[in-house]
Design a protein around this ligand. Structure first.
Ligand SMILES: NC(=O)c1ccc[n+]([C@@H]2O[C@H](COP(=O)([O-])OP(=O)(O)OC[C@H]3O[C@@H](n4cnc5c(N)ncnc54)[C@H](OP(=O)(O)O)[C@@H]3O)[C@@H](O)[C@H]2O)c1
Length: 305
């Protein structure tokens, strides 16, 4: 198939281009800077926020399938407000440009990256894809992020002519991610600066980056549409994963803090993740894509790379 990958220099995008090519697909890489492009059958250059540039790049690639792996979350370490603001624009404007360009180029399918941890923290500990999103989160920054995620999903699923599939990835770990030893969260834990709020009841569903790539390949090659969670088989409360992650990194054990202090000490989102977040059930992806994680448990790798 002719496939265009937007975000082809990213943590997921770069290995995805290589894997799709190894499987015999003809892959175009959409990048901002040609010099950073991965090996691809074709490189097209566009800033995703520039509508004309996206229309022209996608039309040159004539893809049958468009894959959207755009984010600006790499900026999180240096400038979190800018990382979230820019990622929100990529999810809204960037997705709108890709959808319009995909249609204009005659693509028949769009696969877009979303997140599996945007659900409102209500009901069971592990939620499926139908759970409401946390668009009214008390933190304005997170509420804006969730609304942008909802818009990405709405745009991706708009219209039957372009079969849309949303891949809601769990919390990514592995090389190049925030949870790698040299990533933002890894460094924070190594420095003893990620304490555990008392109880540590927030649930995280992890996904190794290789499994994110595998899921994206399965998604491209399937005819599935709709919204799917992609996560490992072991949603875990912070009280379990954070101490084990610290041990695997060789970091000091996380100290315990009163839960009420967590938002002030950790920031709203991390406090939410560690105290209240729900996990993501990924059974539908197993059935719809015939996919299963090669790393069924975060226990076998989190903190080891
Ligand atoms: N589910 C999750 O846990 C989750 C989800 C997303 C991200 N993350 C975290 O965020 C970090 C990055 O992961 P990621 O794969 O999303 O992001 P990434 O590795 O930074 O990849 C994002 C891609 O989007 C591209 N991009 C950004 N702005 C663009 C623009 N205006 N026009 C065109 N392309 C643009 C980047 O290109 P350039 O190389 O030109 O910047 C890059 O190819 C990791 O630490 C990961 O753990 C986590």
């Amino acid at each position: 198939m002719r496939i265009l990958v937007a975000g082809a220099t990213g943590v997921v995008g770069r290995p995805l281009v290589g894997t799709l090519r190894a499987r015999g697909h003809e892959v175009s890489a959409l990048v901002r800077e040609e010099s950073r492009a991965p090996d691809a059958d074709r490189v097209v250059v566009a800033d995703a926020l520039d509508r004309e540039a996206v229309l022209s790049a996608v039309s040159a690639a004539r893809p049958e399938v468009v894959v959207h792996q755009l984010s600006a979350l790499r900026l999180l370490r240096d400038d979190p407000p800018e990382a979230f603001a820019r990622t929100a624009r990529l999810r809204t404007e960037g997705t709108a440009h890709l959808v319009e360009a995909a249609r204009a180029a005659g693509a028949r399918r769009l696969v877009a990256q979303s997140i599996a941890f945007a659900a409102a923290p209500a009901g069971p500990a592990v939620l499926d894809e139908d759970a409401p999103l946390y668009a009214d989160a008390p933190d304005p920054g997170w509420a804006a992020t969730v609304r942008a995620v909802a818009e990405l999903e709405r745009l991706t699923l708009s219209g039957d002519d372009l079969g849309g599939l949303v891949l809601r990835y769990g919390t990514l770990y592995g090389p190049g991610t925030a949870y790698a030893r040299d990533g933002g969260t890894g460094q924070r834990v190594l420095a003893g600066k990620l304490p555990l709020p008392e109880g540590g009841a927030g649930i995280t569903s992890f996904l190794h980056v290789e499994d994110a790539v595998g899921a994206a390949v399965a998604a491209v090659e399937s005819a599935a549409t709709g919204v799917l969670h992609l996560a490992d088989d072991e949603p875990a409360p912070a009280a379990q994963w954070l101490p084990q992650y610290a041990r695997a990194l060789g970091a000091p054990p996380p100290r315990t803090i009163p839960a009420a202090m967590a938002p002030r000490l950790l920031g709203w989102f991390m406090a939410h993740q560690l105290t209240a977040a729900r996990g993501a059930a990924a059974d539908r992806a197993r059935a719809a894509l015939g996919w299963k994680p090669l790393r069924p448990s975060w226990r076998d790798g989190l903190g080891q790379e």
